[in-house]
Write a protein that binds this ligand. Sequence first.
Ligand code: DD3
Length: 339
Amino acid sequence: MLRKRRQTNMAAVSTKRESNREASDELSPKNKKTKTDHENSQGENGKESEENVLSGFQTTTVLSDSTREKTIFVHGKLDDQNAVVILEKTPITEDALAEIFTASTLKLDMRNDIYSTYRLQAPPHLNELKATVVFPATEKHVKKYQRQESFLVEETADDYQSITLPFIQKQSFSVQWVYNILEKKAESERIVFEDPDPKLGFVLLPDFKWDQKQLDNLYLIAITHQRNLKSLRDLTSEHLPLLQNIFQKGKDAILQHYSLPASKLRVYLHYQPSYYHLHVHFTKLGYEAPGCGVERAHLLIDVIQNLQSDPHYYKTRTLSFPLRADDGLLSQFKEAGKL
Ligand code: DD3
């Protein structure tokens, strides 16, 4: 069974606070410490606080929603600053069933022959929503969650050098939250496994997208200790020991911790990634995680073999990936006449 863990709104709030600094701010060494989940559960005055940080949230607009996913992405204001709040109904777990049946109130909707439907009100503690808060949110965060059409781009090695690389360097997406994880300044108690080696090492922990209440949508990320690798494009055969280490030790740790064998795992990298610090995704087979489609996911085992047969495979090949209509990189490809 899974270890029950708190995933509080507060954790998201405080962890994110550091991650939105503007580019100019990024190099300044000041105050990088982010509070841990535990510290966050204490109010400023030290008392255990269940304070609702969202009570002052003023909705500006619904960015997107999905009936099927049971999610809504909301843009709004908290203390005059932009915030994005993601609300998600969480899956019903088997261990909650007994209490749902005994302790809920039932209101009849309709009855017809042997069929009936009800509105069931479960006890409050079985009726939680997962809330992810980005605060303060940048324009980029707000855009990211707006529903958007996407377009497939074919990026040659030259395109990478002349279009993509300059674009990601100019953008300087903040990965402060990644450094906070590597330096144990945030989420340290969520770490499932760590290999501390500076060259081959990594930290394995649950991704934000996973509430850790059921294995069905298991989602962990392995973040490398090496900081100079932006994406798949930076990998050469020189990095094979790193990739093999992540593959082997990541699978071992997940077997240890969740009793899930490698045959139930999808282990892959994204191209383009959503943040330019090398990381590997571990998701459960059967869970259609966002970004696990063929247009964005590269199985780690294939990456390893491609680098074994050609040390510069990812430096030379044309790579395809989808870009959203509002992505600045798409505009760059258009301006270069590549779309
Ligand atoms: C992110 C991609 C980034 C909004 C949101 C998430 N897993 C994270 C900070 C801490 C994390 C992640 C950007 C940001 Cl909701 C904007 O993801 C994270 N911690 N994916 C974990 N464990």
